[in-house]
Write a new protein. Structure first.
Length: 166
């Protein structure tokens, strides 16, 4: 594959929030995996390279337009990225989808601002392609702020919550 073709594939991955993409054509086979995102639970089989095209991992840099659209999608609380302290971390969306604070409309939210959470505790759900994906805390701490509204469409990497660690 030519660099031009790879750049086009990377742009499509960014636009559609794809984490992995594997393509085979007459020139060879290539597997792209976006950095910073856990790949699917089942490990991918090794990719046989042809014409010296090995399986590669690319970390695409978001274009200015994509950064602006992601910032604009931050919701009603403002388009600027949230400012966090040293002991705080952002819980970011690992995918494109719809943000939900509870498992059903009549259920209580998983967490509220000010709640203490433990590592592995469910914080919210992101619906993507009719699949409900639980987003868990990767550290214990306290929820400082919830940055998204229930039912809001979100983008890959968009901040969802601010977690005060420790």
């Amino acid at each position: 594959m030519e660099v031009r073709e790879l750049k086009t594939l990377l742009a499509l991955m960014q636009d559609f929030g794809l984490v992995e993409l594997e393509i085979e054509d007459k020139k060879g086979k290539v597997r792209l995996v976006r950095a910073g995102v856990a790949p699917s639970a089942a490990p991918a089989p090794p990719v046989a390279a042809s014409k010296d095209i090995a399986a590669r991992t690319f970390a695409p840099q978001a274009s200015r337009g994509a950064q602006k659209s992601a910032a604009a999608a931050n919701g009603a609380r403002g388009a600027e990225p949230p400012v966090i302290a040293e002991n705080q971390k952002l819980v970011a969306s690992p995918m494109v989808g719809t943000f939900y604070r509870a498992s059903s409309p009549d259920s209580n939210p998983f967490v509220e601002e000010g709640d203490s959470v433990r590592k592995g505790q469910t914080l919210c759900i992101i619906e993507a392609m009719k699949m409900m994906n639980e987003i868990d805390a990767d550290a214990g701490g306290r929820i400082v702020r919830i940055l998204c509204e229930n039912g809001q469409p979100i983008e890959y990497g968009q901040p969802l919550m601010i977690l005060e660690v420790g």
